[in-house]
Design a protein around this ligand. Structure first.
Ligand code: YSA
Length: 357
């Protein structure tokens, strides 16, 4: 509240003028009181035992009889008026408060908060690495900006080898714009084979999830940036049968025990022999449909026995140690598991798509 009137001093003889002055200041201050505490202070200031109006009423006795009658009537009339105004202001503030309370309806049901979730590619990576962890494979990660040496040379893919055409490459420039020519965005996760073996003596059992990049046009099954999971097992006496058993078990855990698995010969310069693995199409159960391009089979990964040159390149004795390796596309597997028909949906950032997983 702003201005407050002084209490009438003993030298101020009660008069009708003084009462009118008091009425004006009391009503102005009452209008400014905005809560119960301020109303109570106001009441004490004007109507309390030592309040300003009470003091006037007490000092009426000192007035001559005629004056006492008129001034006393005015003071009593002011007391009644102030009491009524106090009640009115109290009601007014109470109503304002209850209106605000009505606007906040605490009985309404709460608004559901948005709950985040894992991206379907992340979920698929976790499911696959968990399946391999149960078979003794450790998960490791490696650089996405890779040296040409690991991406190609260490994998038995020399500069003039036609297999380099399979992996259209994004080469990396140094910050000053110079072409580094020996650095690239890895085209597959296979460079981690040599990186892991250089640092580890056999036995080796690892899976390597991560992003890969290829300079190619995108379509429903090809992205320029996608994920692979590499697998590598090297030890004494590892055979093709171990590879098949491991990959069968992976397929059973990820796609269910009712799926059939097919191996066929394939070529990769860093394996000998090489294979591709397919599962029977779960949409048509192998009968042939648009999903499996009428073949009844869906290819899910490339694999093979690690080429002796790759083992020797990292200093392993290829007479003593053998191993198998494989590489699978994570988006393609997620597409198969969830019936998604376009790989580009994964990176489009559309919550209508992502919130389904
Ligand atoms: C083969 C033998 C081994 O011993 C180890 C690994 C491999 C795999 C090899 N490094 C490789 O990259 N083969 S691949 O070019 O055929 O790709 C493997 C998988 O990645 C494909 O089956 C597919 O699922 C996925 N892929 C490839 N290009 C893709 C893609 N997914 C989305 N977009 C693309 N552009």
């Amino acid at each position: 509240m702003s201005s407050r009137s002084e209490a009438p001093s003993s030298s101020d003889a009660p008069s009708e003028g003084l009462i009118e002055t008091l009425r004006a200041s009391a009503l102005a201050e009452l209008g400014e009181a905005s809560d119960g505490g301020e109303l109570d202070e106001w009441r004490v200031r004007y109507l309390g035992r030592k309040g300003q109006l009470t003091s006037i009423l007490r000092s009426l006795a000192s007035l001559p009889v005629e004056e006492r009658r008129t001034v006393g009537a005015a003071a009593n009339q002011l007391r009644t008026a102030l009491e009524e105004q106090l009640q009115a202001r109290t009601d007014e503030l109470r109503n304002a408060l209850s209106t605000a309370a009505e606007q906040l309806d605490v009985t309404l049901p709460g608004r559901r908060g948005h709950r985040g979730g894992l991206h379907p590619v992340t979920q698929t990576i976790r499911d696959i690495t968990d399946a391999f962890a149960a078979m003794g494979f450790q998960t490791v990660e490696g650089p996405e900006v890779e040296l040409e040496r690991y991406n190609f040379d260490a994998l038995n893919i020399p500069a003039d080898h036609p297999a380099r055409d399979l992996w259209d490459t994004m080469w990396v420039e140094s910050p000053d714009g110079e072409d580094r020519s020996d650095m690239l965005l890895r085209t597959h996760t296979s460079p981690m084979q040599a990186r892991v073996m250089e640092k580890t003596d056999p036995p080796v059992r690892v899976v390597v999830p991560g992003r890969c990049y290829r300079y190619e046009a995108t379509d429903a099954t090809h992205e320029w940036c996608f994920h692979q999971i590499e697998g590598l097992a090297v030890d004494e006496g590892i055979s093709f049968a171990d590879m098949k058993g491991t990959l069968y078990e992976f397929a059973r855990r990820i796609f269910g025990s009712e799926r059939k698995v097919r191996f066929r010969v394939d070529f990769f310069p860093f394996v000998e022999p090489g294979a591709e693995m397919a599962i029977d199409c779960f949409k048509c159960n192998g009968g042939g449909c648009n999903l499996c391009k009428q073949t009844g089979w869906i290819e899910i990964l490339g694999a093979g026995m690690v080429h002796p040159k790759v083992l020797e390149g990292v200093g392993y004795d290829s007479e003593k140690y053998t191993g198998f390796a494989f590489g699978m596309g994570v988006e393609r597997i997620a597409m198969l598991r969830h019936g998604i028909d376009d790989v580009r949906l994964f990176a489009a950032g559309d919550l209508r798509f992502l919130s389904q997983f």
